[in-house]
Write a protein of this length. Structure first.
Length: 408
């Protein structure tokens, strides 16, 4: 056992406290992101944007996230996961407030873009740090739990979507809505991060850490996992960005109903991530991922081609269930070796978040030509070839580095 692992060996009670803290941070990050997504139709209306221009605006958030991920692994190693999530959530809060002010009284497209960039940068950095911490807790518990942390993210998203739908229904100003949620997210994250595991002692110079990150970019397994996460992030992100708008445009529902449909998708994600941990522990990563990917392809196809709103909502549920496990299982697979987890999770996250750069403009431009709903057919087309990447998530042979903790 090396020095870094020894410093992370803590009492079972502390591990359980860390589990709760990580779940809180995941949930609040999901709340913050979904708060923005739930108000996309309102922002589009306030700024008078076409689908193509909206896609370019959404690119600001994705660009911030991808830029953050290039350094998030190094930042997490230097500051530790707890401090990293707090600092990054400050940026998330600033971004939400900035979007609210710019889209509300100011009516400034560049201002909204700047706020989205800050939101994306903070969320991307937080994503790596909380996944590294979640994987460390998972190892100490001795069972699959990282998807449940992502389920907590989805529960936060459900809350954000529900609050967004309510805010849209009752005409709550975007500025007030986003400002209140920003304060809630920041305060709760500070409290949650206080229970994280002790950060590992620094065990090398900055140049050594950078070398480790570069080495991770040359590992075939890490790159294959990254490619899988790329498609699964696109599958999830396309729904986050466009589902509410697609149902408004394609099925003629209200903005509030569109936000509610997005909430249905997130409910499906939450159920899949909660039940999926049991399935993975019983049958393994590979067969469970194959099944869920096929389910996501069928669900997204039905959501677009159903022809009626109620049947399309059934497709949305299946889409959410099927998309639920790809991203968290990919992160867990990247973190199988705890000592290399920050570098590998960072690489996988960078590759995965690239989809958030491609998704908004690609689907926006397609939406200008074929409609936003029909543009979502890209999702099932990409999912089927992704089945070939699933075996890369199989855990490598070797002993478990830490003893599992018995639940009390």
């Amino acid at each position: 056992m090396n020095a870094a692992t020894e410093t992370r060996t803590v009492a079972p009670r502390a591990v359980r406290a860390a589990r709760t803290g990580v779940a809180v941070v995941f949930a609040l990050n999901g709340l913050a992101v979904a708060t923005w997504f739930s108000r996309v139709p309102a922002v589009r209306e306030a700024l008078g944007l076409s689908a193509g221009r909206l896609g370019l605006l959404l690119l600001a958030m994705s660009g911030g996230a991808v830029l953050a991920l290039t350094s998030a692994g190094l930042v997490t190693q230097r500051l530790g996961p707890a401090r990293t999530v707090v600092v990054s959530t400050v940026l998330v809060a600033v971004g939400l407030v900035g979007v609210g002010v710019a889209a509300g009284p100011i009516g400034s497209l560049p201002g909204v873009a700047a706020g989205l960039f800050a939101l994306g940068y903070g969320s991307g950095t937080c994503d790596v740090a909380m996944n590294v911490e979640g994987a460390a807790v998972e190892k100490r518990l001795g069972r699959t739990i990282l998807p449940r942390f992502h389920a907590a993210w989805s529960l936060g998203s459900v809350a954000g979507a529900g609050l967004g739908a309510g805010a849209a229904r009752f005409g709550v100003p975007i500025t007030a809505h986003l400002t209140v949620l920003a304060a809630l997210v920041l305060g709760g994250t500070v409290l949650g991060a206080r229970h994280f595991l002790p950060a590992p002692a620094a065990d090398g110079a900055a140049s050594t850490r950078r070398g480790g990150l570069l080495a991770a970019w040359r590992e075939p397994r890490t790159l294959l996992i990254g490619a899988l996460v790329l498609v699964m992030a696109f599958t999830e992100g396309s729904a986050n960005d466009w589902l509410a708008v697609a149902f408004v445009d394609g099925y003629g529902v209200s903005e509030a109903a569109g936000a509610a449909v997005f909430g249905v998708f997130v409910v499906g994600m939450t159920i899949g991530r909660t039940a999926g941990t049991v399935a993975i522990d019983r049958w393994g990563r590979v067969p469970v991922l194959v099944g869920t990917i096929l389910l996501a392809a069928a669900g997204s196809l039905l959501a677009v081609l159903a022809g009626s709103g109620p049947l399309a909502v059934v497709g949305v549920v299946l889409w959410g269930l099927g998309a639920s496990l790809g991203f968290p299982v990919g992160m867990s697979a990247a973190a199988d070796d705890e000592d290399r987890a920050p570098a590998r999770v960072s690489v996988v996250a960078v590759i995965g978040y690239t989809s958030f750069l491609a998704s908004p403009p690609l689907l926006g431009l397609l939406g200008d030509h074929v409609g936003t709903l029909q543009a979502l057919l890209v999702v099932p087309v990409l999912l089927i070839p992704t089945l070939a990447l699933v075996p890369a998530t199989r855990p490598p042979a070797g002993p478990t580095p830490t003893a599992p903790i018995q639940e009390s």
